[in-house]
Design a protein around this ligand. Structure first.
Ligand code: NAD
Ligand code: UD1
Length: 337
């Protein structure tokens, strides 16, 4: 299929390009490089010998989208382009609604104009909010705790109404848990712009000597070792879920949400220990107060994705830690090195 990938130069997008090209899909990327660099696409090209066309542009730019739709005529769109920092979303809500919600609306209008009826959307487990029960299944109530989470839920609702009203339309809403890890080549990985917000990139920067110590945000949670537990998923497994979703969209219509996780949560201390094993480096840490908005535990029930799309995660915790370490140690300055 011809697949337009918005935000394809980003962390998850770049890994997804590799998997799409591996399954002989044609890809075209739209990215404004707000949180990525053009060199990422060069690396994808060199890893695949694949043809990756790209357009530098904003997903809210209707003119750029219309031109791209006319040139490339996508049969499906994977929509990654968006802003994703929870803390920043609380400080800059209008930017988040604009990029994440207006961006989705603009994209849908451009798709409608050419009759493109399939979209795979990057949603997040953060739409669930405080767990009412665990593991979360897709029927769990949604009550996001941040502006970021609300923009994701709004975009899901827009896509659901669009699919309901548009004959033959398919909207696949992928609710990612915590993506970590890097490509096996160590040429692609997560490259946070400045101070990493998330646990794994932070641990990696401590191991490589860029940061002195990890702050553990709370050791008094009602979990086995007192630290927060999350359902970490290897980014290559996540990328493969998008290929499965493109296939699913070919033979199904309507809007459907799928959890994309492993079902096996790990604590902060377990992640630190896995990383210490993979890197052979000590990870100095200090217990700090809980972070606002954090929940004790997140765990995915991903049985729907397995039953309906035939997808399941195959990478282990050690794969996640080893690939992160290979990427971080081989590219200590990320793509800027
Ligand atoms: P990322 O920031 O690495 O990738 C996003 C890409 O979109 C970047 O290349 C960025 O330059 C581009 N972009 C941003 N605004 C744009 C705009 N207005 N027009 C065009 N391009 C734009 O993030 P990621 O981790 O790869 O996440 C991809 C998607 O998955 C996001 O929508 C994010 O909300 C969602 N998601 C991510 C996580 C996670 O932990 N990484 C978890 C759940 C959901
Ligand atoms: C965060 C976001 C969430 C987003 C997810 C994936 C918040 C409140 N939530 O979730 O919306 O979907 O990232 O991008 O920001 N931790 C430390 N020290 C650190 C960093 C993290 O102890 O320096 C702990 C956290 O308290 C948590 C765990 O590590 O228990 C994972 O944190 P993180 O990687 O930020 O992911 P989430 O909290 O799940």
């Amino acid at each position: 299929m011809r697949v337009l990938v918005t935000g394809g130069a980003g962390y998850i997008g770049s890994h997804t390009l590799i998997e799409l090209l591996g399954q002989a899909h044609e890809v075209c990327v739209l990215d404004n490089f707000h949180n990525s660099r053009p060199v990422v696409l060069d690396r994808v090209r060199s890893l695949t010998n694949g043809k990756v066309t790209s357009v530098t542009g904003d997903v809210r730019d209707r003119g750029a989208l219309d031109a791209l739709m006319d040139d490339f005529a996508p049969q499906a769109v994977i929509h990654f382009a968006g802003l994703k920092a929870v803390g920043e979303s609380q400080r800059q809500p209008v930017d988040y609604y604009d990029v994440n919600v207006t961006g989705t609306l603009t994209l849908l209008r451009a798709m409608d104009r050419i009759g493109c009826r399939r979209i795979i959307f990057s949603s997040s487990a953060t739409v669930y909010g405080e767990p009412v029960y665990l593991p979360y299944d897709e029927a769990h109530p949604t009550a996001p705790l941040s502006v970021y989470g609300r923009t994701k839920l709004m975009a899901e609702e827009v896509l659901t109404d669009w699919a309901r009203a548009t004959p033959e339309a398919t909207a696949v809403l992928l609710r990612y848990f915590n993506p970590v890890g890097a490509h096996a080549s160590a040429r692609l990985g997560e490259d946070p712009a400045d101070y990493p917000n998330n646990l794994m990139p932070f641990i990696a920067q401590v191991a490589v000597g860029k940061r002195d110590e990890l702050q553990v945000f709370g050791d008094d949670y009602p979990t086995d070792d007192g630290t927060g537990e999350r359902d970490y998923i290897h980014v290559v497994d996540l990328a493969r879920a998008h290929v499965a979703a493109v296939d699913w969209a070919e033979s199904n219509t309507g809007a459907r949400a799928f959890n994309i996780g492993t079902g096996q949560p790990y604590s902060v201390y377990q992640m630190v220990e896995a990383f210490r094993r993979a890197s052979g480096h000590p990870i100095p840490l200090r217990v700090a107060p809980r972070r606002d908005g954090d929940v004790a535990r997140m765990q995915a029930d991903s049985r729907r994705a397995e039953a309906e799309m035939g997808w399941r995660a195959t990478h282990t915790l050690d794969d996640m830690a080893a690939s992160t370490w290979a990427w971080q140690s081989g590219n200590p300055d990320g793509y800027g090195g």
